[in-house]
Structure formats: structure tokens, C-alpha cells
Write a protein that binds this ligand. Structure first.
Ligand SMILES: NC(=O)c1ccc[n+]([C@@H]2O[C@H](COP(=O)([O-])OP(=O)(O)OC[C@H]3O[C@@H](n4cnc5c(N)ncnc54)[C@H](O)[C@@H]3O)[C@@H](O)[C@H]2O)c1
Length: 510
């Protein structure tokens, strides 16, 4: 825990680069009580940013989020300046200029001869090594990453990124200052993607793989991640919103920075979109069509079917208990049976299991249960509105129908996927947890920092490591092992942290 104190609100904060991020950061610092100096290379940009932030404060006062006096006072603390020499009295200089190593190095190297020796430098870079920016400085220990998320005034997370030469006291002061500004900071080591931009890669990558393998269409995969996974946006609609130029560039930069580690391999589908100039919402086309008159496709859901076979639920797991209460609420008859070989339910000849990372076809072959039906993971089986399923090639059509009827009776919309291993939510969560575990295992951040970064930086419904504990670390480990064996790819290799937790029979959080 940090013992350093926050900067005092009498101390001047300078923000260089007053575009989308810089303006947001200046707004936060002024609202927290600091005099804030803004500088931009474009003439008038800083003055325009000041006017924009003041208007923002007035709007907040109109909505009752600030008193009118506080809004005027905060607005009065913003000062647009024209020269770096005007920043001599700054205690902290945050840069949010163009994402370019040489530009950032030059900016801070020039500043060193202007500001006091104890002035802290906080770079808002999202992808450049903090260590490399620091290499150009006489006093690199004063530099750390101060990585806000967009839109900065609304997003709670700030990654405080330490480069190789960063003084821990500097990182601690930034941590305390971000906290005083109402943010939730996390410490991270300067490694490619820091925490969020690294751990989030599988959210896009696994969905892209599913699409490439024809598991389901984009709208259906998106709907499953939202309605069963509890994510705010599905991966395809999210990539369309971020823009494929940006999202693909981040994926490529993380992949290259990790020396082409297969775990971060970019997707040919996304490359095609970039090549076509289909960047998503901003260009009118991406995975979806946003042009005038275009209709957003609906997710594929199985039509209502009939079957009056007996339903049995097996054991007392979270999923069987959820199914029991949902069937009861729908007044559908079922009986309960003791746990048996991991099955969760049966109806007629169909036997339902939760996916363990093997395809239904492989599982049917290995278990001798031809009518194997796999269901996907849900964040909360009591509340999910949709479930993805896969059926074995050996499965009889009546058994497939029966399984769909069971899940529909329990109130789920059912999306029948091609028989891909790990389905959508399970595979995504396993890979998110694996990446978070590796970041922790490599000393990039703590377990709590990884979880809190993903909840607050990209609004995940649950931190990936807490989610792994909830699913059972052993189950996650199994899914990864089966994916690894099935695909024969190094991509699914299991993080040593997950393996150790399994061998020690404990949660990752213990
Ligand atoms: N946009 C995001 O979602 C986001 C999120 C987190 C971090 N970041 C990082 O924040 C930084 C800024 O991003 P942005 O989206 O606000 O960019 P932006 O293009 O909106 O703003 C950049 C501003 O910096 C100014 N500028 C460029 N070079 C300068 C220099 N040498 N000196 C002074 N001013 C200069 C430009 O005139 C512009 O006003 C980048 O490093 C980016 O990677 C962006």
C-alpha cells in the first residue's frame, strides 16, 4: 500500500496536449482543486480546450453535480499557456500528445531544463514503453505512466506505470494523487499493453477465432457475450465502436512487442476490414453496416419446439440449482438425481454438460454418450437470458430438439453454435483469466489490480481472476488444457499461476 501523500491542491498541474485525453485530464485536476496550465502545439488549441472544459463545468452545475460556485472556481483554475517556459512552477506535468516515442522523449527532455528537479512527469501513453521514454531523461526516476481511460472524467481507472528507472516514491505519489482526484489507480510495470490493453486482447481474439471457424454469426456471438457473459458490449460491436484501425494497431503492437507470441496473434478477418477501410462505426461499415437504411441483424435463436420427455437435473451445482429454480418458476416438471459423471441435465436421450474445452463430438466419442449437448458458461445462470449450445455430430436430431426445449422451458433463448471447442463465454473467460494470471505471474500487477483494472477500465462484469475462482480454477485449467490439446497451439498454454493454484487446490485470490 502506498504511504506517499498526494500532491497538494495548491501545486500546479500542467497538461501538454489538449486533445480528447488532455482536456479530460485537465478537467479532473481542476475539479480536484489544482491550478492547471494547458499547453498544445496547435495555436489556440489550449484556449479552446479551456473554454470547452469551462462549458463542461457549467453543464455539470446545471445537472446539480457541482454547485455554481464550484463550477466557476474550477473553471477559474484553468490557464491556457503558449510556451513550455510558462510551466516552470509545475509540480506535475502530464503529457497527452501524439502517440510517438521521439515526440514524448523530446517533450520531457526539453522540460527538464525548465521545471524544478522534483517535478513529476506523468505520461498518458497507452502503448509506448515508459522505460523507453525515460531513457531520454537526465532524471528518468521522475517519470511514470499516468494512464487514464477514455473519457477520462468518467472512467475510474488510472494505470500508474513504473518504468525500469521510475522511483517508487514517484509512482506512490501519483497513486495517492489519482486517488485524491476520485479515481481508482492500480500499479503496473511497464510491459506491452500494461494491464488493460494486454488482458483484454482475448476478448477480441477468441471472438474473431470463433467467427473464423464459423461458430456463429457476429450478431449471435455478440448476443451470447452480452446476455450470458454479462459484458456490456459484444466483441464485434465493441471493435466496430473502437475502430478497427485503432483496435488492430493495438493488437499488432502488443503481438510484436511480445516477439510474436501466438497468444496475441492478430486476425486475418480484422486485417481484411482494415485493408477495406471498413473501420467500423466511424466509416459506416465494419462487422456491421451503419449506413443509412441498414438494419442491424438479429442474433440467431432456435425456434420454439415441442417435446414432452422427462427432465432430470443432476447434482447440486450452481447451474443445476439455477435450472431448477427457473424450471420451477415456469412450472415445468423435472426430477432431481444424484450427481453423475458431471452431467447437469437430461431430457429424453439428450445429456447436457457444461463445456470443458473439448468439442461435443470429441466428448461424445470419449464418453460413449452419443447424444451429448454442451452448454456455454454464463456469468449468472439464474439471470442469463441466452445460452449458446453445441451438439455432437453423433447426436440424434430428436435429442438436440429435446435439449433446446429444456433450455427454452427454463427461459433461455438458445443459440446453436457449430461444434467449436469451449463455446463462446467459457473460452473467452478462460483466456482472459489466463492472460490476467500471466500478467500477475510476471510481476506486472497484483491479482486485485488485474481484476479491478478490467472491471473499471473496460467495464467487465467481473474481474477475470475472480471469475476463474467462481468457475473453479481447476475447470478453467481443464478448458485451457483441452483447447491446447485440441488446437495443438501454444496460444492456449496455461499460466503457471493457474497451474499452481490447481496443484495447491486453492483459489487464485487465496
Ligand atoms: N484516445 C484514447 O482513447 C486514449 C486513451 C488513453 C491514452 N491515450 C493516449 O493519450 C495521448 C493523446 O491521445 P488523444 O486521443 O487525446 O489525442 P488527440 O489527437 O485528441 O490530442 C493530441 C493533442 O496533442 C497535441 N500535440 C501533438 N504533439 C504535440 C507536442 N509535441 N506538443 C504539444 N502538443 C502536441 C495535438 O495538437 C492535439 O491537440 C496519446 O499518447 C494516446 O495514446 C489515448
Amino acid at each position: 500500500m502506498s504511504t506517499s501523500s498526494a500532491l497538494s491542491t495548491t501545486q500546479v498541474v500542467a497538461v501538454i496536449g489538449t486533445g480528447a485525453m488532455g482536456a479530460g485530464i485537465a478537467q479532473i485536476a481542476a475539479a480536484a482543486g489544482h491550478p492547471v496550465k494547458l499547453l498544445d502545439a496547435r495555436p489556440d488549441a489550449a484556449a479552446r480546450a479551456v473554454a470547452g472544459i469551462r462549458a463542461q463545468f457549467v453543464k455539470m452545475a446545471e445537472k446539480g453535480k457541482l454547485t455554481a460556485e464550484a463550477a466557476t472556481a474550477a473553471g477559474g483554475r484553468l490557464i491556457a499557456v503558449e510556451h513550455a517556459t510558462d510551466l516552470a512552477d509545475a509540480a506535475l506535468v502530464v503529457e497527452a500528445i501524439v502517440e510517438n516515442l521521439e515526440a514524448k522523449q523530446k517533450l520531457y527532455a526539453d522540460l527538464e531544463s525548465i521545471v524544478a528537479v522534483d517535478c513529476i512527469f506523468g505520461t498518458n501513453t497507452s502503448s509506448i514503453s515508459v522505460t523507453a521514454i525515460g531513457a531520454a531523461l537526465k532524471n528518468p526516476e521522475r517519470l511514470a505512466g499516468l494512464h487514464f481511460f477514455n473519457p477520462a472524467p468518467l472512467m475510474a481507472l488510472v494505470e500508474i506505470v513504473s518504468g525500469l528507472a521510475t522511483d517508487q516514491a514517484v509512482a506512490d505519489t501519483l497513486f495517492a494523487t489519482a486517488t485524491a482526484w476520485g479515481k481508482t489507480p492500480v500499479h503496473a510495470k511497464s510491459t506491452p499493453g500494461f494491464i488493460v490493453n494486454r488482458v483484454a486482447r482475448p476478448y477480441y481474439a477468441e471472438a474473431l477465432r470463433l467467427a473464423q471457424e464459423g461458430a456463429a454469426d457476429y450478431a449471435t456471438i455478440d448476443a451470447v457475450l452480452r446476455e450470458a457473459g454479462g459484458f456490456r458490449m459484444g466483441p464485434f460491436e465493441l471493435m466496430d465502436m473502437i475502430g478497427h484501425d485503432v483496435n488492430f494497431a493495438v493488437t499488432n503492437s502488443v503481438w510484436r512487442a511480445f516477439y510474436n507470441d501466438q497468444r496475441f496473434l492478430p486476425s486475418l478477418i480484422q486485417q481484411e476490414l482494415v485493408d477495406a477501410g471498413f473501420y467500423g462505426k466511424k466509416t459506416g461499415r465494419g462487422f456491421y453496416d451503419y449506413r443509412e437504411g441498414a438494419v442491424k441483424p438479429l442474433p440467431a435463436s432456435e425456434a420454439r419446439q415441442k417435446c414432452s420427455e422427462k427432465i432430470s437435473l443432476f447434482g447440486e451445482s450452481t447451474v443445476t440449482n439455477a435450472l431448477a429454480s427457473r424450471l420451477q418458476a415456469a412450472q415445468a416438471a423435472f426430477d432431481r438425481q444424484p450427481a453423475s459423471d458431471g452431467r447437469i441435465a437430461s431430457i429424453g436421450n439428450a445429456v447436457l454438460f457444461i463445456t470443458d474445452g473439448r468439442s461435443a463430438t470429441q466428448r461424445a466419442a470419449e464418453s460413449g454418450i452419443a447424444n451429448t449437448v454442451l452448454i456455454d458458461l454464463a456469468l449468472d445462470y439464474t439471470r442469463a437470458t441466452r445460452l449458446a449450445i453445441a451438439t455432437a455430430e453423433q447426436c440424434a436430431p430428436e435429442a438436440r430438439t429435446a435439449a433446446i426445449v429444456l433450455l427454452q422451458a427454463a427461459g433461455f433463448a438458445v443459440s446453436h453454435f457449430a461444434d467449436v471447442p469451449g463455446l463462446a463465454v467459457m473460452r473467452t473467460v478462460a483466456m482472459l483469466a489466463n492472460e490476467a494470471a500471466d500478467a500477475v505471474n510476471q510481476g506486472v500487477c497484483s491479482v486485485t489490480a488485474a481484476d479491478s483494472a478490467m472491471r473499471l477500465g473496460v467495464n467487465y462484469p467481473q474481474g477475470p481472476l475472480a471469475w476463474a475462482d467462481q468457475v473453479g480454477v481447476e475447470n478453467i485449467c481443464n478448458v485451457l488444457a483441452n483447447l491446447g490439446a485440441g488446437y495443438g497451439e501454444d496460444r492456449y498454454r496455461i499460466s503457471p499461476l493457474i497451474q499452481r493454484a490447481v496443484f495447491a487446490a486453492r483459489n487464485i485470490h487465496d
